[in-house]
Design a protein around this ligand. Sequence first.
Ligand code: GLN
Length: 534
Amino acid sequence: MADTKYIFVTGGVVSSLGKGIIAASLGKLLQARGYKVTIQKFDPYINIDPGTLNPYEHGECYVTVDGHEADLDLGHYERFLNIQTTKDNNITTGRIYQNVIEKERRGDYLGKTVQVIPHITDEIKRNIKSFGVKNKFDFVITEIGGTVGDIESTPFLEAVRQLRWELGKNCFCIHLTYVPYIAAAGEVKTKPTQHSVKELQTLGIQPDMLVLRTEKKLSKEILDKVALFCNVELDAVIQSIDVSTIYEVPVMIQKQGMDEVLLRKMNMPIGEKPNLEDWNAFLQKRKEAKKNVIIKLVGKYVELPDAYKSINEALLQSAIYHDRHLVLEMCHSEKITGENVAEILKDADGIVIAPGFGQRGIDGKFAALKYARENDIPTLGICLGMQCMVIEFARNVLGLTDANSSEMDPKAKDLVIDLMEKQKHITNMGATMRLGAYDCVLKKGSLANKAYGKTKIQERHRHRYEFNNNYKEQFEAAGMKCTGINPETDLVEVVEIPQLRWFLGAQFHPEYNSTVVSPNPLFMSFMDAAAKAP
Ligand code: GLN
């Protein structure tokens, strides 16, 4: 087998230009040409992982099958490439330093002064190279978080410089920049891009390709200018114009030959035109969807578009497969009360009760759930959303008026949601939840079983609290059934009310496992019910 090739994606000028989407789109195109591809993200912050960051800081925390709390870009990688990522796909400065410090304590560097160069940069390089070799990937695309010029990302860029030198033709650097349009002058400006490339050059990295993020289509003249000033060949200056959905990006960059240019420059066979049949069929369905489906997402981070990223994407995918245009309305759980809930939710075809932590906004979730249950609106509760479903049912159907989760009120009389036994002695907050994929057995004939079309499934988790099995009989007798159980621990993973049209709570997060070509079955089933809503 040929050597693994390494592609680096850096960003300049400003953050949030969509490096993750460009990396995922390029990965998609290479994969569609038959190559084995993965994408890795380096985050320059000191946290060991984003698991301890709240969504205001860092958007959604994504969870991999092997239980790693990861950057949300890994969600894009999975959704685009239909692959499963792991702990190796996301590494922070904190983890690099932790590894180096552990080695130092073990005595691996005895006699040496431990320094950023070579010890930190070597550890970064090891995490890039060993990943590619271990898994026999044809391409490892590595996205470097942050913006060129940040103090924090400098060791990563130094590692890239060294790898470029060591790997020669097996290394390729893509730099993503911004070309602003100045309305008053009626012109697009390339100067920030020139400066950004210069900044990169001062670190010893000459980009092989530039991706220019722009709101307006750039003329040949502008592209020529950028090529000339940045020492990049014209065919390697790609423009990334705003498109109506991120899923159009692979098609847009493919039209400009981005994948072909890269393969040619890396001396790799170009082969057949990428097979994007499934992908294009999905985009076509999106364009043709005429009818709306209104989904209301009840959560406390409504002002942050990235906080529920995977849920939004899973809803969008399943809506498109049901020939529906998704109208997703975010409903602030702190603002929902018994008085205004009907007004807020009355036109919903389906309701999603979001995951989360802590007391804030919880009463709004209960009010929404009571309304949804009493009015038989298709409802999906995810993680905390499922736990709220259980508590609301306990209070209003079982008459356990003081029912709660020990997360909200450890002194409540009926702790229908309680801390897992394994969690009781935990003192460290980082990476200690019940994380990653676990088996779940679904009851034959249940809604969940029908949705998945099988009885044994695996879904990903991120929680400390669980359904209290002491109450199971009481719930089942009153009509809320426990239809998904972990076979080893007996933990309840799914509850549902079969008397209602579609009312189900999952302790796991189905949204982490939903891709463009393989949408999650639970979301598909939920959307089916929502699309049929009268
Ligand atoms: N806070 C709840 C728990 O830890 C739910 C977590 C979640 O929604 N991800 O069990």
